[in-house]
Design a protein around this ligand. Structure first.
Ligand SMILES: *Cc1c(COP(=O)(O)O)cnc(C)c1O
Length: 486
């Protein structure tokens, strides 16, 4: 499972180079130095060694000269509580010693702390605004925060109005419905996406038509979209996957030719720009998600924007049971209850206040990963748009190895044993049981399949530090087939 204690051990007679090799192999950033009888006499981290080398120590010099003797250790009988009390940010690994002082086990931060794929950043005014809702009894879908959130969001996207809804999936459903899409219509959607994009189309009674994606953006292939147009095509749903804007000029030209609508799925692309315009403002409707793992979160939540004011008006009514805004309990349509609560909107307003900071934090995390993973043979990084801003969401890599699936799944297991949670990329929609019938006989999705089976999302949460990312990348490199390590 995880690293054994003997993978930390180095003799006090060894040189610095040997200790570095052991650190490299265990991927834990430290060695335990023992004397001839196996008793622990010192500890050295990769940081200690780096500092020693900078101070002029030689790789052939004895490890004894650079090890620390003031390390923290605990008896191997220590309770979990005792261990947790000792682990802290600088002390990530603690040797556990037997009565003779020999290391027989170790405790490490990563055994207790699992790196999640995504964690939100909630240290703005989220709690203050939430408390305000509770104190004033405004906890339902009426209350000032909903309109404040909508207004701020609309300004940010560069649209006149925005409509807050309960999640990203219903944002898509509401947009499609307000634009009149339903039974008998076809909607073109990429094969590589989160299933909610396709589900929302199915809810309306329309038929999703799956198309392959491009290797350069991981988003829908305009050539495939053009080939999928039929007289029944009513809309195209570009999904700006992992924050990367789609080939919008091409898609807009196809939509204009075919006379069909564009509903953008921007659940993963809040803040991303295509040639200077925010995703969500490029089609007839733009749909966003504020689920807990998205760049901006309200726990659950979503937002829709429309190009056409009339569609917005319909959406407002449909969101609220289809009830006439002028005549209470008079229903104009079969509507839905897709409202966002004031509590969620309170969190949303606090998040919007820090949106620039949130984007900077994401850029920093991605730059740190790039630094460790760029140029590593066997790893491809996720694409960056040449045509605008790409707001980074999850840090994804592809394994450019031949036997993707088994290598990828072994890597996921290895990282898990190091306390690192990862995710495979989305499965190709056409392979899953409820959607198989959507793929016409003979249709092929080779790019979607290759990306899906060779991709991994790495921990990308807001709380990651540079040293966490270094640890994750070192565990990752360790799990690459050895021939691929440069
Ligand atoms: C998250 C996501 C959705 C759905 O959003 P929810 O708020 O979870 O309903 C839709 N499409 C894509 C591409 C997503 O990533």
């Amino acid at each position: 499972m995880s690293i054994r204690v003997d993978q930390f051990i180095v003799s006090d007679q060894a040189n610095i180079n040997t200790a570095m090799q052991i650190i490299d192999q265990n991927g834990m950033g430290a060695v335990f130095v023992v004397d001839a009888s196996g008793r622990m006499c010192g500890m050295a981290t990769d940081g200690d060694i780096r500092r020693a080398l900078l101070q002029g120590h030689d790789l052939t010099g004895p490890i004894r000269q650079v090890m620390r003797t003031d390390y923290v250790s605990l008896p191997h009988t220590a309770t979990q509580e005792e261990v947790l009390n000792c682990l802290s940010d600088p002390i990530k690994i603690i040797p556990l010693l037997d009565t003779a002082g020999r290391p027989v086990n170790y405790a490490c931060y990563h055994r207790y702390h699992e790196f999640q794929v995504m964690e939100p950043s909630l240290d703005g005014k989220e709690l203050i605004y939430l408390t305000e809702c509770i104190m004033k009894n405004w906890i339902s879908s009426q209350g000032g925060f909903v309109t404040r959130f909508e207004k701020r969001f609309a300004e940010f996207i560069g649209m006149e109005e925005a409509f807050a809804v309960s999640n990203g999936t219903v944002a898509l459903h509401l947009a499609l419905t307000a634009l009149g899409i339903g039974a008998g219509n076809e909607v073109i959607v990429p094969d590589l996406t989160f299933a909610a994009s396709v589900n929302a189309i199915l809810y309306t009674g329309a038929t999703p038509v799956l198309v392959d994606v491009c290797p350069d953006t991981w988003t829908m292939d305009p050539g495939a979209v053009a080939r999928a147009i039929t007289p029944k095509t009513k809309a195209i749903m570009p999904v700006h996957l992992y924050g990367h804007p789609c080939h919008m000029d091409e898609i807009r030209a196809i939509a204009a030719d075919a006379g069909c609508l564009i509903v953008e799925d921007c659940a993963e692309s809040l803040g991303s720009e295509y040639k200077g315009a925010k995703t969500g403002s490029l089609g007839d409707a733009g749909c966003f998600s504020f689920f807990g793992n998205k760049v901006l979160t309200t726990g659950e939540g979503g937002m829709v924007v429309f190009k056409d004011r009339e569609a917005g008006k319909r959406a407002r009514i449909l969101r609220d049971h289809g009830m006439s805004p002028a005549r209470r309990y008079w229903h104009e349509y079969v509507g839905f209850n897709y409202r966002l609560t004031n509590l969620q909107a309170a969190v949303g307003v606090a998040q919007m206040e820090r949106i620039g900071k949130l984007f900077n934090m994401r850029d920093t995390i991605f730059a740190e990963y790039d630094q460790h993973l760029k140029g590593i043979e066997g790893i491809e990084l996720l694409p960056r748009s040449p045509w605008g801003r790409h707001v980074p969401w999850l840090y994804c890599i592809l394994l450019s190895d031949i036997d993707h699936r088994s290598t990828r799944d072994e890597m996921i297991a290895h990282l898990k044993s190091h306390g690192i949670q990862t995710r495979p990329l989305f499965y190709p929609i056409h392979e899953m049981p409820p959607y198989r019938h959507l793929s016409p006989p003979g249709a092929r999705y080779p790019v979607s399949e290759r990306l899906s089976y060779s991709g991994i999302s790495l921990p990308s949460g807001y709380s990651l530090t540079a040293s966490d990312i270094r640890y994750i990348c070192s565990a990752l490199k360790q799990s690459l087939p050895s021939t691929l390590i440069v």
